[in-house]
Write a protein that binds this ligand. Structure first.
Ligand code: NAG
Ligand code: NAG
Ligand code: NAG
Ligand code: NAG
Length: 496
């Protein structure tokens, strides 16, 4: 049932080799070769708990398939599930990933790890709407090759995060912190199957609720790296070469978010009418009070009322304007506002078997169960920027880019959150100018602190909404190139 014994380039030479733990299987080898083979296959799906070498290939569930191509763009890609700590046959905990090798020099190319937002949105949505080798065409209702694919020069690893999202399945978590521990666990296993990629720069990419996920993920990886350096990590743990994080239109902290809401809905755009705006202006101070209490003392009794107070405004009708891009009109339903998402789901469900996905899994772009779990735990009532000062101190660069037509995670709230972060660059960031950056699809501005593309950088894209990569794919690729190669935004030649 597991493919782990198959030798594939992704699995590398180490894959399928039994670890010390399975030594006894080879005693049986004298008895019957067939029995050994069966035992090794069974062992692969056993959990890692008592393994002397955590994360060793062969000690956890793996089922990886070489993915076929879905369009004309070249793509060497692998899809599959990796079992995480606690995974068993009876109670699985399996992360789904889609790994696309860079077209050029994959052995040294930086790796972009992409997750979705939500909570509950598939990491595959970013890949299929903007970044990947193939994207979904709304007109043609099929996959077409993407001229702006990131995979020309970057290795791309999309993960359905956390477990329960997209094609990932099994034991679910209810917090960004636990979800981040699962990503670390996943990466250790992924790199043990692909040790050649471990040295490559790793860049975390995501947006929306990714504003909660990514800082937690970066913090977890960074702190685990430090424990490893001190000799305090589990045996077999590897250093993870986290270089930077790229966040788009994020939910970073609820107080900045609610502070920015009247500005985006009433001041800069007239989405709500006078009555609604007066009501909002009157409500905001008491919501901020609830949030302050929840952030300072994060009990459920504090977090839930604050979340609900904000939820009342989040759920409010937008009078026919799309929450994710105020220039487009729709009835507020996901399918109607984002027709490419159900098209992506239809495509992925129709090709399930060629991706090695068991028949019982059905893909949806967004899983409401995950949002319910995170909301029941009040996960959003925290300030994820609290991790930024230490990350910056440890040399991990942080980029934010924001499509200014978004009403979901609108730019006034994001910029206000970034100005509040007590980084060593705080004064400089508050006072820095927004430098114009021309582009074909949209004008943009960049605010850069530091050399090259910066240590702490904020880019605004005028003519893009929540899904920056879908609305302005060329600009998004240009941005990724400058950021990942760490080249000044006004520099046009990116070759070294
Ligand atoms: C404002 O919007 C609300 C909610 O849609 C509506 O009930 C109300 O009549 C509107 N008020 C004005 C003054 O247009
Ligand atoms: C493993 O992959 C195969 C195809 O390669 C697929 O048919 C099967 O359902 C997968 N099994 C699990 C448990 O993921
Ligand atoms: C998945 O989809 C198939 C076909 O639409 C359906 O028969 C099945 O019940 C679904 N399974 C789950 C777990 O939703
Ligand atoms: C969140 O998950 C933890 C760990 O599984 C559990 O102990 C806790 O009760 C959950 N919280 C809520 C509010 O459901």
């Amino acid at each position: 049932m597991s493919n782990a014994q198959e030798t594939t380039p992704l699995l590398g030479e180490e894959a399928g080799k039994p670890t010390k733990r399975y030594g006894w299987h080879y005693v049986l080898a004298g008895v019957a070769f067939v029995l050994v083979t069966a035992a090794v296959i069974v062992s692969v799906v056993l959990s890692v708990r008592h393994s002397p070498k955590a994360y060793a290939p062969g000690s956890f569930f793996v089922n990886i398939t070489k993915a076929p191509s879905f369009c004309d763009a070249p793509a060497t890609a692998w899809t599959g599930h990796i079992g995480l700590t606690g995974d068993t046959e009876e109670s699985p905990k399996r992360s789904f990933f889609w790994y696309v090798e860079a077209e050029k020099k994959p052995e040294t190319a930086p790796m972009v790890l992409t997750v979705g937002g939500g909570p509950g949105t598939s990491g595959l949505t970013r890949m299929w709407l903007g970044d990947g080798p193939c994207i979904i065409s709304q007109e043609e209702k099929r996959a077409v090759s993407n001229p702006d694919r990131w995979t020309k020069e970057f290795n791309y690893l999309a993960i359905d995060h956390p477990v329960g999202v997209g094609f990932s399945y099994g034991q679910m978590v209810n917090s960004s912190a636990d979800a981040a521990r699962d990503i670390y666990d996943f990466l250790q296993r992924f790199y043990s199957l692909h040790p050649d990629l471990q040295k490559n720069d790793l860049i975390l990419n995501g947006g929306s609720y990714g504003g909660m996920y990514l800082p937690h993920m970066a913090h977890e990886i960074n702190e685990q790296n430090k424990l490893l350096a001190l000799g305090k990590a589990k045996s077999g743990t590897k250093h993870i070469n986290l270089e930077s994080i790229m966040i788009s239109n994020p939910m970073l902290d609820p107080i900045s978010h609610i502070t920015g809401l009247p500005l985006s809905m009433c001041k800069y755009h007239q989405i709500w009418n006078e009555t609604e705006c007066t009501e909002l202006y009157e409500a905001v101070p008491s919501i901020i009070e609830l949030m302050r209490r929840a952030v300072a003392s994060p009990t459920l009794e504090h977090k839930i009322p604050a979340l609900h107070a904000m939820g009342h405004w989040e759920a409010k009708d937008l009078h026919g304007v799309s929450r994710e891009n105020l220039r487009s009109r729709c009835n507020g339903q996901l399918v109607d506002c984002h027709p490419r998402l159900p098209l992506t789901a239809d495509l992925l469900n129709s090709v399930k078997s060629s991706l090695g996905i068991p028949e019982f899994l059905n893909f949806t772009a967004w899983k409401p169960e995950i949002a319910e779990l995170f909301d029941a735990n009040g996960d959003m009532m925290q300030d994820s920027t609290r991790f930024f000062p230490q990350l910056l101190k440890d040399g991990i660069r942080i980029l934010h880019r924001v499509g200014m037509l978004d009403l979901n995670c609108a730019w006034p709230g994001v910029l206000s959150a970034l100005k509040r972060v007590p980084t060593p660059y705080q004064d400089e960031f508050i006072n820095a100018a927004d430098i114009p950056w021309p582009g074909e699809e949209t004008e943009a501005t960049f605010r850069v602190i530091g050399q090259g593309a910066g240590e702490f950088t904020y880019v605004q894209l005028h003519n893009a909404g929540h899904f920056v990569g879908a609305d302005a794919p060329r600009m998004e690729l240009k941005l990724a190139q400058h950021w990942i190669y760490n080249k000044a935004f006004d520099q046009t030649d990116l070759s070294d």
